[in-house]
Ligand binder design. Structure first.
Ligand SMILES: Nc1ncnc2c1ncn2[C@@H]1O[C@H](COP(=O)(O)OP(=O)(O)O)[C@@H](O)[C@H]1O
Ligand SMILES: [Mg+2]
Length: 457
């Protein structure tokens, strides 16, 4: 059978897509958490810096046209005493430096807003600087008092690094969780497909009933076409079965008539050479009717084993019946058929097939026996097997026993014996369809022994 042409896997593709989107969301989550944290940290630092500049501005007093600033202790202490940060400040009046750190960077230009923030490097450290100004009236007129307060970023950068680690953990954790969920989703999506496959492959070879189990809507077209295919197959199978039965009838009946006529003719013919010719004719008719019969039997067996019926078959009755049925042949050949043991045992199966199998075995035993030989038949029930054995005293099987079960295979001893090589094939097919096995062997004292073994349930 041709292996299916596989390309890709729905489950893997689904998993890949789910994982890619989970990874994307994970990275996005990391970036968002990171930038929100950064922004919040920045804002809170800016607020403190702004408050600090305002409190310095508020402490400025103008007395007799002179400006005096009483630097409030709290304005800077809240920037450097609690944390390990360093704080700097610079106070300028217009562009004249008054107090603090002279070279602390100041904004290039003031716009509308009252406080301006900038990030810069000062004394080799990253700092955040807030600058605010206020106009005051002095002797010489209006002037701008400008206050800058700066704070290093060491602590904040540490805190941000921690937040970054946490958000990375959150991102990775999210991804791991998503992998598990994605795997569950992919599995459950594909499950109905597995269920369908299982229910179809669990069937026997001849079970062509439509699939009735519920399936998701996406799979309905597939199941519908599967059902149509099986219905068509079923129809064509039963048509062939009818054809075979019909053919069997049409071939057997005229051959039987010809044979009868030939025998009647034989009685009337007196010349020895003519009698010989008619006898040869009868033999040829036998041969072809037997071959045709076995061919059709074999086809019938193939069909019936595919559609095995399950009735109770009493093997003991089957054995006695078959022996009786073959008594004309055994009497003709002067072979004595004896039933040596007959246990009462029954199995479930198809009686027509079982009879056909036993008939073939017995027929062989009689056929390959020589005059005055004995054929022994026994039916033995053990705890879990029923054994039918047919043993003869003929010349036995030739060496290659197992090949004899093949279609049209005949042994070296078959020369001059009417047959088709299908008998043991039929036997094997029937026994296997009933879950049993066929064993061919030669008796130690000569002769063949065929044992059919059926399991008892
Ligand atoms: N009882 C037997 N004794 C000896 N040989 C046998 C016996 N039964 C079967 N065989 C061998 O097995 C071959 C296959 O048997 P079978 O399939 O029934 O074909 P056929 O009987 O038409 O020859 C026979 O040709 C014969 O060589
Ligand atoms: Mg045979």
């Amino acid at each position: 059978m041709r292996a299916p042409n596989v390309k890709g896997s729905i489950q893997q593709r689904l998993l890949l897509m789910l994982l890619l989107s989970a990874a994307g969301i994970g990275v996005l989550l990391y970036i968002v958490v990171q930038s929100v944290a950064e922004q919040i940290a920045q804002e809170s630092q800016d607020n403190i810096l702004a408050a600090s500049t305002i409190s310095i501005l508020d402490s400025a007093r103008v007395r007799q046209g002179e400006i005096s600033i009483d630097l409030p202790y709290s304005a800077l202490s809240m920037l450097d005493s609690v944390t390990d940060e360093r704080a700097f400040y610079a106070i300028r009046l217009d562009d004249v430096f008054l107090s603090g750190y002279d070279n602390l960077p100041t904004p290039a230009a003031f716009d509308e807003s009252d406080t301006i923030f900038q990030s810069a490097t000062y004394l080799g450290q990253d700092v955040r600087i807030a600058t605010a100004r206020r106009s005051i009236a002095l002797e010489g007129g209006q002037a701008f008092l400008q206050v800058s307060v700066a704070q290093t970023l060491t602590g904040m950068n540490l805190a941000l690094a921690r937040i970054s680690r946490i958000s990375l953990g959150v991102g990775v954790g999210f991804f791991v969780l998503s992998v598990i969920i994605a795997m569950l989703i992919a599995q459950s999506t594909i499950r109905p497909l597995h269920r369908l496959t299982e229910s179809v492959s669990r069937r026997g070879p001849a079970d062509l009933r439509p699939v009735a189990a519920p399936v998701p809507s996406e799979m309905a077209p597939l199941v519908a076409s599967l059902n149509t295919l099986m219905a068509r197959l079923q129809k064509s199978l039963s048509r062939s079965e009818d054809f075979i039965a019909e053919a069997a009838h049409r071939v057997r009946t005229p051959l039987a008539i010809v044979r009868t006529q030939a025998e009647i003719t034989l009685r009337r013919v007196e010349k020895e050479e003519n009698r010989k010719a008619v006898r040869e004719m009868i033999r040829a008719i036998d041969e072809s009717s037997r071959t045709a019969g076995q061919l059709l039997d074999h086809a019938m067996v193939t069909f019936r084993t595919d559609n095995l019926s399950e009735e109770t078959v009493h093997l003991n009755e089957l054995v006695t019946e078959t022996v009786e049925r073959l008594s004309p042949l055994s009497e003709l050949k002067e072979v004595d058929v004896e039933i040596t043991r007959l246990d009462e045992v029954s199995i479930r199966g198809d009686s027509i097939l079982l009879q056909s199998a036993l008939h073939n075995v017995l027929d062989n035993a009689i056929k390959y026996s020589t005059t005055d030989n004995k054929v022994k038949v026994s039916l033995e029930a053990s705890q879990n097997h029923a054994l039918v054995s047919v043993s003869d005293a003929g010349q036995g099987f030739s060496k290659d026993m197992n090949t004899l079960l093949r279609r049209f295979a005949r042994g070296e001893n078959a020369e001059g014996v009417v047959g088709s090589g299908l008998g043991l094939t039929i036997v094997d097919d029937v026994v296997q369809a009933h879950g049993g096995s066929v064993n061919l062997s030669n008796n130690t004292g000569g002769g063949a022994c065929v044992v059919l073994s059926f399991p008892l349930h």
